[in-house]
Design a protein around this ligand. Sequence first.
Ligand code: NDP
Length: 332
Amino acid sequence: MAANTNMEYRFLGRSGLKVSVFSLGGWVTFGGQVGNEATFSCMKAAYDAGINFFDNAEVYAGGESERAMGLAIKHFGWKRSDLVISTKIYWGGKGPNDTGLSRKHIVEGTKAALERLQLDYVDLIFAHRPDNLTPMEEIVRAFNWVIEKGYAFYWGTSEWSAEQISDAHRIAEKLGLIGPLMEQPQYNMFHRERFEVEYAPLYKKHGLGTTIWSPLASGVLTGKYNAGVVPDGSRFALKDSAVIQRIRASALDTEEGRTKIAKVQKLEPIAKKLDCTLAQLALAWCAKNPNVSTVITGASRPEQVVENVKAIEILPKLTPEILAEIEEILDN
Ligand code: NDP
């Protein structure tokens, strides 16, 4: 385990598992935007800063993200028990049984992910999206089976509604099985409603843990797009990705996007006052919410990881007065 860092570790919901409050994921970057060298250096920078949780999904770069992450773990020879590794199951391929949450795909998808990661188990396994076409009982039983067999330790959901999460718990309880421990929702200064309002009753009732995604809104909250241009080498310059180009267009070419960029500009004096970067301010703001177990960051280069984990130093500076100032700017 990396020593001498000031990383904070939080319990993942009502479980005994501790995750670093900042973590690192491979969406867009690992196995896609960046090669193995940058993947290795980002993961090493994260590990050295005390990050213990690394997030992945079977769909990221068509499985290449898991492969790259698995290679890095092997390359550095990190002790498995020091790491918390996840993957997410839903989009496994183009065949009729390669997508969704059938028992068949959950089990086969998990085994294939482990093979790509070169691991015997993941710590966390997520249902990457809800699947209304598969009975909830089948989903609950399949994830429980995966856990019983030792392929994963905890199961959770991603972008499920509060109602769907509650339904899974109700069915699990009826069957004497384990319900979902954690949710992986988008949460950042611009995207708050579901996390703060819809899920609010679940934190106490089910002890729901959270591993939140896109804390920088794909980079918009770093201020790198404030001039309305797309810097070379940045995420929005990835022309081949339809998903990214949709996010870029909504961030830069719409009235709503321009309003958000204006808000980022207004946050600049606060970051200056706190002697931090906009990225650190936005990340610390997420982590300040006690219902956040871990903030999954993304990075295309190690310098970003080094900068981002220093957000831990900004947490105590987010006083009620500063948070109120931020609230006034966000106005959402
Ligand atoms: P962010 O919103 O934090 O965006 C990360 C990107 O922003 C980086 O790849 C980098 O892109 C840029 N960036 C990061 N730090 C800096 C910095 N300090 N200065 C300038 N630019 C910076 O997170 P992601 O959208 O990547 O999401 C994080 C993780 O969450 C994913 O890897 C994945 O594990 C998970 N996720 C889960 C989803 C789900 O449905 N469950 C959906 C999406 C993500 P660049 O340098 O290329 O501009």
